[in-house]
Design a protein around this ligand. Structure first.
Ligand code: GN1
Ligand code: MG
Length: 359
C-alpha cells in the first residue's frame, strides 16, 4: 500500500481500495478520488486539508458537520429524494473524528457523489440553476442554531485584504516592488479602495447583516447531474458568516468571466451580462424569503467587489513571493492579478446595466 492508501485505510477498509488518483483543481487543498475494487466509479474523495490556510481543523470540521446535518434534516423533513447526492457526507476515521492527523498533515474522506459533473464555465441556463442553488443554500441556513465559526477571520473583508497588501508592500520580501507593473497595479487598486470598502462601512453602521454564506461560490464548486440539474454545493470549508455579497459576487467572478481566472490574454476577459441576468434571477428567487433591500440593491457592487478583492489577494501573494495560492509558473499570481483587474474594470462598466436587471 502506498502512503495515500494507508491514510484512506483509516477511514475505510484498506483491502477494498483499488487505487487513488488526483481529482479537481482547487488552489488550496489536495484532492483525490478513491476507486474501490469491483466498482468502475470512484467511491470516496480523499482530501489533504491545507492547515496553513485552515489552522483550526476542529472548527473547520465542526462547521461542515453543523451545515451538512442541518441541510440533511431539512431535506428529510421535506421528503427530498436521493439525499445522499444532495448533501456531502464525511466518514469517521478510526479516531471517531471526521479527520486524522498524520505526519504533520490533516486528512478527511467523504463519499463521492456518483454520476456528478463539475464545470469550469456555464451557460445562462446553468447559471440560473446555480443562482437558485446558492440562494437556497443560504436560505436553508438562515435558521441554523449551531454557531458557525469564522474559519478564516476577515476572509472576505476587503479592508483587511487591503491591509495585507500594505503589509506585503512594506515588507517586500520577494523584491517585487521595483517592478513598475506591480507598482501600477498597487496604484490602480488604491485609487478606488474607498468605494470598494462600502460593504464594511454599511456593516459598521448596522445597516448590513452577516449571514451564513458559502464564501467560495466558484462555478466548479457545484455538482450537476447528467441532465444539468444541480445536485449540491461542495467545498464547504469556507462556510462562515459573511455578507451575501460573497456568494453572489464570487460566483459571477468565475462564471461571468468570458476568459479564465488566470487568462494570459486579456482580450478574452469580459463580463457576460447574460450570465449575470440568469444567475441574479435564480439567486433572487432562492433568497426572496430573507434578502433585505440594502443587500439586493448592492448586488451590482458585489459583482465588482469580488474581482477587485481577488486582484488584491493575488497581487499580495505575488508580492509576498507566492506563499498562499498554488502556482504553475513564477509569474502566475501576477497574470491572475491582470486578469482579475481586467474583469473588475469590465464589471464596473456594466454596473448601470446590472442595476436595471436587479431592480
Ligand atoms: C481558493 O480552494 P479554491 O481553489 O476553491 C480560495 C478562494 C479564491 C480562489 C481563487 C480558502 O479557492 O477564496 O477565491 O481560490 N480559497 C481560500 O480561485 O482562500
Ligand atoms: Mg474548490
Amino acid at each position: 500500500m502506498n502512503g495515500l492508501s494507508t491514510i484512506a485505510g483509516r477511514f475505510i477498509d484498506p483491502k477494498t481500495i483499488e487505487n487513488i488518483a488526483p481529482l479537481g483543481n482547487g488552489l488550496i487543498n489536495d484532492t483525490y478520488k478513491i476507486m474501490v475494487k469491483g466498482d468502475a466509479k470512484p467511491k470516496y474523495v480523499l482530501q489533504r486539508i491545507n492547515n496553513a490556510v485552515f489552522t483550526d481543523v476542529d472548527m473547520l470540521q465542526d462547521n461542515i458537520e453543523a451545515v451538512t446535518s442541518h441541510i440533511r434534516k431539512k431535506y428529510e423533513s421535506q421528503g427530498v429524494e436521493d439525499i445522499n447526492r444532495r448533501v456531502l457526507h464525511f466518514l469517521k476515521a478510526d479516531t471517531g473524528k471526521t479527520y486524522i492527523f498524520e505526519n504533520g498533515k490533516y486528512w478527511r474522506v467523504m463519499d463521492f457523489i456518483a454520476d456528478s459533473y463539475t464545470y469550469e464555465a456555464v451557460t445562462p441556463e446553468y447559471a440560473y440553476y446555480a443562482g437558485r442553488s446558492f440562494g437556497d443554500f443560504e436560505s436553508l441556513l438562515t435558521d441554523l442554531e449551531t454557531p458557525i465559526g469564522e474559519i478564516i477571520p476577515d476572509f472576505h473583508n476587503i479592508e483587511f485584504r487591503l491591509k495585507q497588501l500594505d503589509k506585503a508592500i512594506a515588507e517586500d520580501n520577494a523584491g517585487r516592488m521595483k517592478d513598475a507593473e506591480v507598482q501600477e497595479y498597487v496604484q490602480k487598486i488604491k485609487s478606488v479602495s474607498e468605494e470598494m470598502c462600502l460593504g464594511e462601512r454599511l456593516y459598521r453602521e448596522g445597516k448590513l447583516p452577516k449571514r451564513i454564506c458559502h464564501c467560495d461560490t466558484k462555478v466548479n464548486n457545484m455538482l450537476f447531474d447528467k441532465d444539468g440539474n444541480v445536485l449540491c454545493v461542495i467545498d464547504l470549508d469556507t462556510v462562515m458568516p459573511s455578507f451575501v455579497f460573497s456568494d453572489f459576487g464570487d460566483f459571477l467572478r468565475s462564471a461571468a468571466n468570458t476568459g479564465a481566472e488566470d487568462d494570459p490574454d486579456l482580450d478574452n476577459v469580459h463580463f457576460n451580462m447574460a450570465i449575470f441576468e440568469a444567475f441574479a434571477k435564480g439567486y433572487l428567487e432562492g433568497t426572496k424569503s430573507f434578502l433585505l433591500p440594502i443587500e439586493k440593491e448592492n448586488l451590482p457592487y458585489a459583482a465588482t467587489l469580488f474581482p477587485y478583492m481577488q486582484a488584491v489577494r493575488f497581487l499580495t501573494d505575488y508580492i509576498n513571493g507566492n506563499t498562499y495560492y498554488k502556482i504553475k509558473y513564477p509569474t502566475h499570481n501576477l497574470v491572475r492579478t491582470r486578469a482579475q483587474w481586467k474583469l473588475y474594470e469590465e464589471a464596473v462598466a456594466k454596473v448601470d446595466e446590472m442595476k436595471q436587471v436587479i431592480l
